[in-house]
Design a protein. Structure first.
Lengths: 176, 296
């Protein structure tokens, strides 16, 4: 059984993030409420974009609620290009932790947990069709699992830094 | 990047934090087939608009990749268990010695309910490279013959699991054939390679269901030609949870590539029969050679 696996080494990851911070436009985003959400090797890249020394850095700009993706030369420590993308990248570890921390403070969540462990699972979330929530924002849903049988779901607006809903089910109730 | 050389294939792969086991460059008998392939995320919807959709990342508690020798080839198999047993996925990348290959994602569920009120939408991204020099052409099967598709766009299977589509290099006659799994309610998108699409394939998702307008991969479709270009195919499987445990994923065959000796040929190889019948699980009759995997 081959054991993998070396995605982007820690050193290259740090170099890629440092290059983004040093870049005029990306640096400005990261000095604000921008956050790097991933750094990965440019495996899908072609031509000059490809190679072991090329990394992709995903950034979420909380000031303007937009996603940015950048190509970085990790040997030279240089941003080779960047684009804004309408897609939202998956939550970073820090964002998941932040969502869980916000949920933990919410009174509805505290009441439900009643001092039991939250055992959270946290994913990138999008408001349902017709929701009054601002769809331009970035959301997380935190599954609260104090036991095998009990569930609540905290919807966290990461852009606003608040819990916007605590659901007792993901499915609409059927009429009795 | 680790690599496996076996069954005529040279397969590079990478365990990624954000989207599981991804493939890098893959060659069959020395000729390029794939530039890269991945399942960037799984999109989950629950009925009733009470809760919005969310995405599952293909993440695991371990970085183990099982290299599994099978009849006529090998598998790279991984288990995505980070979310625990209620939300587990498995993935198999399979390669056969006649050039067939594909990926299957197994959705264990059950998720948050057991009455079939939620769905999984699983996007597979394949950056094919048949010509090796940006000269690939996308075609669909017409009435008995292959027909050029001029522009980017969405395609539904006509009669899955027949070979409904192919990516052809006209200069050599090499082609990668594609078919949907009958139970997938699948769809295929043919796109020209673009930087933004490629860069965003590390888990980039939108609020709408993959395959619908305003979501991936539709947002990367700007009507460009899919003739004589570097092409990327997105295959999206739409699975209801009503079946409990379910499997999905497309399947590929190769035409015009170097082939193993005649006595190793399979009865259902695409070069022998382009309509393979109901071979949903990609199983093959016994009688082939045994291969020693050589991870490097």
């Amino acid at each position: 059984m081959p054991r993998d696996i070396k995605p982007l080494s820690k050193a290259k990851q740090e170099k890629a993030l440092a290059a983004a911070r040093d870049h005029a436009e990306l640096g400005a985003v990261l000095k604000g409420r921008g956050r790097a959400v991933f750094a990965e090797p440019n495996l899908p890249g072609r031509g000059k974009d490809a190679g072991d020394d090329r990394a992709i850095v995903g950034i979420y700009d909380y000031d303007r609620d937009r996603s940015i993706v950048a190509l970085v030369d990790t040997d030279e420590g240089e941003v080779l290009g960047f684009e804004e993308t309408p897609a939202q990248f998956q939550l970073s570890k820090d964002e998941r932790s932040e969502a869980e921390a916000l949920a933990r403070k919410d009174e509805r969540v505290r009441s439900f947990l009643s001092r039991r462990s939250m055992d959270p699972l946290t994913r990138l979330y999008f408001p349902p069709t017709g929701s009054s929530l601002d769809t331009a924002h970035r959301y997380a849903i935190v599954f609260l699992r104090p036991s095998n049988a009990e569930r609540r779901y905290a919807v966290v607006d990461l852009s606003a830094g608040e819990v916007v809903d605590v659901l007792d089910s993901l499915v609409a109730r059927r009429p009795a | 990047m680790p690599a496996v050389e076996d069954a005529g294939w040279h397969v590079r792969y990478l365990w990624s934090k954000s989207s599981g086991l991804r493939l890098g460059v893959c060659d069959y008998r020395g000729d390029r087939v794939l530039q890269s392939a991945a399942v960037p995320f799984v999109y989950v919807t629950y009925q009733g608009d009470r809760a919005g959709p969310f995405t599952d990342e293909l993440r695991s508690t371990s970085a183990d990749v099982e290299l599994r020798e099978i009849l006529h080839g090998f598998d790279l198999k991984v288990r995505y268990d980070l979310y625990g047993p209620d939300y587990e996925y498995e993935q198999v990348w399979r390669f056969h010695d006649d050039g067939q290959f594909g990926s299957t994602v197994l959705v264990h569920g059950p998720g948050e309910e057991i009455r079939g009120q939620h769905s999984y939408h699983v996007p597979f991204r394949f950056d094919l490279d048949v010509s090796g020099k940006g000269g690939d052409c996308f075609q669909r099967r017409g009435a008995g013959e292959w027909v050029d598709v001029p522009r980017e766009g969405q395609h539904l299977p006509v009669a899955p699991p027949n070979w409904d589509w192919r990516v052809l290099d006209r200069s050599t006659g090499k082609a990668a054939l594609v078919r949907a799994r009958a139970a997938d309610a699948g769809e295929l998108w043919a796109l020209r390679y673009k930087r933004l699409e490629s860069w965003s394939s590390w888990g980039g998702a939108l609020e709408a269901v993959p395959g619908s307008a305003g979501s991936v991969p539709a947002i990367y479709d700007n009507g460009q030609s899919v003739q004589g270009a570097n092409l990327v195919l997105w295959y999206i499987a739409h699975l209801g949870s009503v079946d409990g445990i379910a499997a999905c994923g497309p399947w590929f065959g190769l035409e015009g590539y170097p082939q193993p000796e005649d006595d190793d040929k399979h009865p259902d190889h695409p070069q022998d029969d382009e309509h393979p019948g109901n071979d949903d699980d990609h199983d093959h009759p016994p009688g082939g050679g045994h291969h020693q995997a050589k991870p490097s």
